[in-house]
Design a protein around this ligand. Structure first.
Ligand code: HOZ
Length: 427
């Protein structure tokens, strides 16, 4: 593939932007080579500046659940922008958005908008601590909740990809109240509560972790977390930044029938614009300023253009049929990839949950970070580049989930599986 213009742009970007990118995973360091630059996207496709067309399974890291540049979102953004790009005072879209989230996610009785998932998680943690008047938070190995100081401990996503799951620049004092447990390990969480019976403010968890690839909760695990937090007066916080409105209308909590105390959102609820949100039980949310003592704010929170984009995304998604289509695509991709790996004789564990997926180059199973780390990353690199040459863009890291959109067709999946079969045979 010719990438002359992308390479020129990257050379220039390296002069002015650290690593040439505005978010580390985009730099392709985990897979080698240079990133490509995109100047157009539509439906299931992106085009780079050299004119190469790719089937996209990154989907701007999750938000583009309807595919890229959906006409309803583009129209909503144009209409909102014509009326002003930011007011700094309430606007009607915020109320519609809040009502819609509360309607579709029953655990959320009140919600506040932010500009990113990182902000949402940071604020949810502060609120949990303020509400419970306790300091300690439990998080899990490989889970990523944005680049919040106290949560960048054994974190996933780029932190894990680049071997810095505990970031430099964070004083030890900022993470002294963060306790890390292995995911899917009941005994570990019981031991933490036994050692800190009245000290845990809450557990924050990606109910389906998508920042170390993708693995699922074992049967009963999320129920256990619900019970043990309730028994100890701690809050259960579901980070649904990836899974919210994706794994079901009501997110992972609907899919697994668990009611968390607080939830965080992002990605899909912004329709491709910078949006996050956190919400939950009214008595907890009412501890936020101006009603309560927990401070949280944002100049662009509830921004009218971002709200319009997010609302258009959600309204189109909720109109009907979308989730059935996404589930069917997920099943087709999983069985196709498993067959392709089997016939190529390459050990692959291909995990899916609805429209999220990850293939690990290991016999598996993959239930937690330690299992995920067993994947042969050299094989992943060669597979990634082989797929890219075949016109398929996967996340440029073993430790990120892939995403499907309603714009992907069964024919896209067939093309992807055929390419994978060829690439796997060549590994
Ligand atoms: N944290 C994002 C994926 N888990 C990466 C975002 C980006 O690089 O754009």
């Amino acid at each position: 593939m010719n990438r002359v213009q992308s390479d020129q742009l990257f050379t220039e970007a390296l002069q002015y932007i650290p690593g040439g990118v505005n978010s580390p995973v985009r730099a392709f360091r985990a897979v080698g080579g240079n990133p490509f630059f995109v100047n157009r996207a539509s439906g299931s496709r992106i085009w780079d500046v050299d004119g190469n067309e790719l089937i996209d399974y990154v989907l701007t890291w999750g938000p583009a659940i309807l595919g890229h540049a959906h006409p309803r979102i583009i129209a909503a953004v144009k209409a909102a922008a014509e009326l002003g790009t930011s007011f700094g005072i309430p606007n009607p879209h915020e109320v519609t958005m809040a009502r819609l989230i509360c309607q579709w996610v029953p655990s959320v009785q009140k919600v506040r908008m932010t500009s990113s998932g990182t902000e949402a998680c940071m604020s949810a943690i502060r609120l949990a601590r303020g509400f419970t008047k306790r300091d300690k938070i439990i998080k899990f190995d490989g889970c990523y909740h944005g680049h919040v100081d106290s949560l960048l401990v054994r974190a996933g996503s780029g932190a894990l990809t680049f071997g810095h799951p505990d970031s430099a620049g964070i004083p030890a004092a900022f993470t002294q109240h963060t306790i890390v447990a292995p995911y899917n390990d009941v005994a570990a969480v019981k031991a933490i509560f036994a050692a800190n019976p009245d000290g845990i403010a809450g557990i924050i968890i990606e109910p389906v972790p998508g920042n170390a690839g993708l693995y699922l909760p074992q049967p009963g695990y999320l129920e256990f977390l619900r019970e043990i937090t309730a028994a100890h007066g701690a809050l259960l916080i579901f980070d649904e930044v990836m899974t919210g409105f994706r794994l079901a209308r009501g997110g992972a909590q609907e899919r697994f029938q668990i009611t968390p105390d607080l939830s965080t959102f992002g990605k899909v609820i912004g329709g491709g614009l910078p949006v996050g949100a956190f919400g939950g039980r009214a008595e907890i949310m009412d501890c936020l300023a101006p009603l309560g003592p927990v401070y949280q704010a944002g100049t662009l929170s509830g921004n009218p253009v971002a709200m319009a984009a997010g609302l258009a995304n959600l309204q189109e998604l909720l109109a009907g049929g979308a989730y059935e289509h996404l589930e069917a695509l997920g099943r087709q991709l999983q069985s196709g990839m498993q067959d392709a790996a089997r016939s190529a004789g390459v050990p692959v564990t291909f995990n899916t949950c609805g429209s999220m997926f990850c293939g690990y180059f290991t016999d598996g199973p993959v239930h937690n970070l330690d299992d995920a780390m067993k994947s042969d990353r050299n094989r992943f690199k060669r597979f990634f580049h082989g797929m890219l040459e075949a016109g398929v863009y996967l996340a440029p890291s073993q430790f990120e989930a892939g995403f499907l959109s309603t714009a992907h067709s069964p024919a896209d999946i067939d093309k992807t599986v055929s390419a994978a079969a060829r690439v796997l045979r060549s590994l």
